[in-house]
Design a protein around this ligand. Sequence first.
Ligand SMILES: [Zn+2]
Length: 104
Amino acid sequence: MLLTTTALDEWTLRGIVYCGGCGDLMDGLTRGGTRTRVYACLRGCCRGGTVASVLELMVLTDARRHSPELIEGVPERCHSQVFADLYRAIVIHAGHRGVDILPR
Ligand SMILES: [Zn+2]
């Protein structure tokens, strides 16, 4: 198993996820003993961050609904390119106030 490749490819939303609190780009972090992947604001607006798998599934579902021709059949490792093409920003609002998925 190519762990390094997996690690590089797993952050499919890196570069388009923004903090709704301060507007900064959020980074992908792996948290705690469970190695939970989260997208988090490095300024600390969003205590603990947003669980990456949940957010990625949400965006994938949106892509399938609105642009099925662009996402179906695309290998998971290439999803980041599709997401970057489709979305201007994914904005995370702290305190469970939701997520804005902003198309280009
Ligand atoms: Zn922030």
